[in-house]
Design a protein around this ligand. Sequence first.
Ligand code: PMV
Length: 351
Amino acid sequence: MEDFEIKTALASSNIALIKYWGRRDSKLNLPFNSSLSLTLDGSISTRTSVLFSRKITNNAIYIDGKKFALSGRNEKISRIFKVVTAMKKLGNVNREVKVLIVSKNSFPMGAGIASSASGGAALVYAVNDALGLDLSMRELSIYAREISGSACRSIPGGIVRWRRGKEKDGSDSYAEKMFDSSYWEELRDLVVIVSNEKKRISSSEGHDITSSTSELFSVRPALAEKNIRIATDLIRKKNFERLGEIIMRDSNNMHAAMMDSWPPIIYLNDVSRAVIQAVEKLNGMEGRIIVAYTFDAGPNPHLITLRGYEPKVEEALKNVKGIKRVIKSSVGDGAKPVSESLIDHASLAPC
Ligand code: PMV
């Protein structure tokens, strides 16, 4: 086949409740431990259109209006290129056929929200559709994982577990849905933006620095697997109070290992710490856990809470200086096809 249709997909970001940090294989993004995440809703998502055509002269990708050549210099872009090439091969697509990828985030660029999870998932989903590959959720999540580890968790939707797997080729390291998005509808994530700055140490570098230098890292793999079993059971029972404790402790444990790395990796800043204090104060006043903080590889806290507690959490945040904005999300669905394309077929360029 030489003429392909433009296909567009939408995928949301996700927030890990039990974290992935450290890779046993950095090429394939194979983790030392499984992880558990909450899929966010459309307010933190990426829309991606792809077109394969012989009429395109050079492979290219546009992310929020910025053009990148699909070649080897930028690590994320070269991972995208590798995955697209592998998927083309699977579909027996001629090498002369080039690809145009146009991707747009629902949140402003530089808002301090990583787009690699939603972006990787939307891309793989759209390429699968465009090439008519008909891949399973498991296969899609494996391709997404190769772009960015956490992207595999943005394929299925709801509450998701990424299995660590044991195979060298990564064929058993994929994400699967544990609970549907409607299972615990009251769950909320308040994404608190405290900094727009690009992180000094990318997560890709950070994974490997921590696993190869931190003494504390050795406790993480077994601890995370245990935490996933406990957290899954608490979600099943909708026990927020105990779940909140595990969420905060797992995030703290990961950041302790990051700080114990050499050179040390410190992602939190003063405003992040002020938010932690506000959370502790609020939970202390309530006499139980009604909100839990968790941090990825950056300073922006995600506050996991329940719908009924949201007003109290927002009130508590008013006292913290330095917060730029708060984006609210409920539990969202997995990657899906959408009709509004970002590519103009006539000009073979972004709309
Ligand atoms: O997918 P990456 O390579 O950007 O790694 C993300 C790692 C954390 O966000 C810190 C934790 C997680 O499990 O998402």
